[in-house]
Design a protein around this ligand. Structure first.
Ligand code: DC
Length: 210
């Protein structure tokens, strides 16, 4: 079973997706880490992301590795985030990563987090959630997470949001059958509880349907 959790940066996807995976005993897939890995490798190798993406060996788990090198912290810098956003706007990069992501979630039980999981990677996902939060709340969380200035994060976030939402290929949008969940002011446990309840209901419906 796939639980798809999509939404903009700072909506709380990572914390929520990890906690939901833990609660259900599912495996967590951070698809954004793959775009970040491609962006970082393109920066470091001074090559276009579309050239880098198909040949890159990305290992995900407790640590993130590119061709064996640990980049867990390096992919979280503002420069890597910017490079990831550019890489994610390239259809050739998306095509290469979507193939890998479909393979990954094709077997077993997954909580997959990203922007296009419910729309492109796993449109058949049993549960789809689109997490949102106000821009101010999202920037506050991000600034706290990376120890950066709030106004700078807010300004950079607006540019990235705009690019993620208006790009021609797989723009950030909720799947028509996704459950919208605004996490502004909601404690993590409540968000997790709601998603776990959606999964239980989907399981019960699947069993009832044979
Ligand atoms: O979730 P994140 O901040 O780690 O994502 C990094 C970048 O990759 C961000 O610009 C959005 C993009 N992304 C995407 O386009 N599709 C995904 N499934 C995941 C991330």
């Amino acid at each position: 079973m796939v639980v798809a959790i999509d939404g903009p940066a700072g909506a709380g996807k990572s914390s929520v997706a990890r906690a939901v995976a833990n609660a259900l005993g599912f495996t967590y897939l951070d698809s954004g880490a793959m775009y970040r890995a491609v962006g970082l490798a393109a920066l470091e190798r001074e090559l276009p992301p579309s050239v880098v993406a198909p040949a890159l060996r990305i290992e995900l788990g407790d640590r993130v590795r590119i061709d064996g090198h640990d980049v867990t912290e390096a992919i979280r810098t503002p420069a890597a985030a910017e490079a990831a956003s550019r890489a994610a706007a390239d259809p050739a990069v998306r095509a290469a990563l979507v193939v890998q992501q479909r393979q990954i979630v094709g077997a077993g039980d997954w909580v997959a987090e990203g922007r296009d999981i419910g729309t492109v990677v796993a449109p058949e996902a049993a549960v789809k959630v689109f997490l949102t939060a106000s821009p101010e709340e999202r920037a506050r969380r991000r600034a706290q997470q990376i120890g950066a200035d709030l106004q700078t994060v807010l300004a950079e976030q607006a540019i990235r949001d705009e690019r993620d939402q208006t790009r021609e290929h797989s723009p950030l949008e909720a799947a028509p059958d996704a459950t919208l969940l605004d996490t502004t002011g909601l404690p993590l446990e409540q968000v997790v509880e709601r998603i776990v309840a959606l999964v239980r209901r989907a399981r019960a419906d699947a069993q009832a349907g044979g």
